[in-house]
Write a protein that binds this ligand. Sequence first.
Ligand SMILES: Cc1cc2nc3c(=O)[nH]c(=O)nc-3n(C[C@H](O)[C@H](O)[C@H](O)COP(=O)(O)OP(=O)(O)OC[C@H]3O[C@@H](n4cnc5c(N)ncnc54)[C@H](O)[C@@H]3O)c2cc1C
Length: 403
Amino acid sequence: MTETLHTLVIGGGQAGVATSAHLQKQGIPHLVLERDRIAERWRTWRWDSLVANGPAWHDRFPEAEFEDLDPDAFAGKEAVADYFQRFASDLNLPIRTGVEVTRLERHGDVFHVTTSQGAITARNVVVATGPFQHPVIPTVITDPAITQLHSSRYRNPGALPEGAVLVVGAGSSGAQIAEELVRAGRRVYLSVGPHDRPPRRYRGKDFVWWLGKLGKWDMKAPTPGTEHITIAVSGAYGGHTMDFRRLAGLGVTLLGRAGAYGNGVLEIADDLRTNVENGDRNYLSVLDEADAYATAQGLDLPEDPMARSLLPLPECVTRPTLALDLKAAGITTVIWATGFRLDFGWIDLDIFQPDGRPRHRDGVSEVPGLYFVGLPWLSCRGSAFIWGAWKDAERLAGLIAER
Ligand SMILES: Cc1cc2nc3c(=O)[nH]c(=O)nc-3n(C[C@H](O)[C@H](O)[C@H](O)COP(=O)(O)OP(=O)(O)OC[C@H]3O[C@@H](n4cnc5c(N)ncnc54)[C@H](O)[C@@H]3O)c2cc1C
């Protein structure tokens, strides 16, 4: 039996839930298929202590607040997942869980969808399967004595073997995991690549507020040359600026980018100082832009001169390690905080770029009736974040209604 639908949404994370809410508002009959549970990735793909990177007033859908949470606090990952679950059930959204879509094809002007529970045809399909689908693990370290895991599989310090830990990648995940481990008394090495590190708060306002005022969430595309720069922020411990000098002060040994591995030794690029100083430049540029904005708008915000005083560069930066003997360093675990890749292998349509990203304009693909939501930079910088997916979903639901 083939089920016939007007619109099918694939994926029941925040992007799928947001899309369903907007389709419902438009009165469009639809179904969401989710292979696990609603917002599963917030539950089982994140470490135990993870909190949202933005405060609760910001990292949410505009129409629903977090229950029992100070708006300036950072919601824990289970609270975030519960929030989406509750939002979906309050609206009675048509989400069917435990059903995986394994193939998407198009015959004539109708989509044919194969699922783990039968076939579906639909006039419109919205793909909301997430920006972070498969962990990327560079397979450079071949020593079987070393436990290696991706940041999405890290849970807590106690779950790792005894010994020192090398964390590769210092975006929000790597930097936060390194801090948790060093605070738990572990010896920690952290490989730091190019990054942005906005101030957590400045002149009494959180950086998410500043990025909004400065128009940075609405940016249409990354500044050329910055496409691969990760952003290091943290809501952990009440929220603080991710400062690699401070991490070094806590005992983390900072390293440049990890390179080739051989005979037990990991080559380390001589780029640590550049990466740290460029991160500082980014940090200071946000302060400058914030000050200019405050002056231009005549905002009465408290001055914050201390924000500009940086700690001295630690010795691990001024005299960097360029070859790391893992055994000599006592490293028993490597955590790859090296990101994710997309996987649309189940979509049988010629709409993909060589790097696997779909060709689309603000989420509207080249195939009539096929849409994407929740991907990084879908329509703007905010697109993969909670409220950004909400805004994109609203626009796409409007286009589906017009169609
Ligand atoms: C460590 C980490 C922390 C983050 N913190 C924040 C934060 O604080 N604030 C913020 O705004 N953003 C944050 N993000 C970014 C983003 O909000 C999350 O990645 C979020 O999970 C993306 O939501 P989504 O709905 O687009 O995708 P996902 O949450 O990945 O949801 C996609 C869903 O689709 C399902 N699915 C996939 N393929 C199929 C299929 N073939 N058939 C059926 N179902 C399928 C999956 O099971 C999944 O539930 C974070 C990301 C990471 C990795």
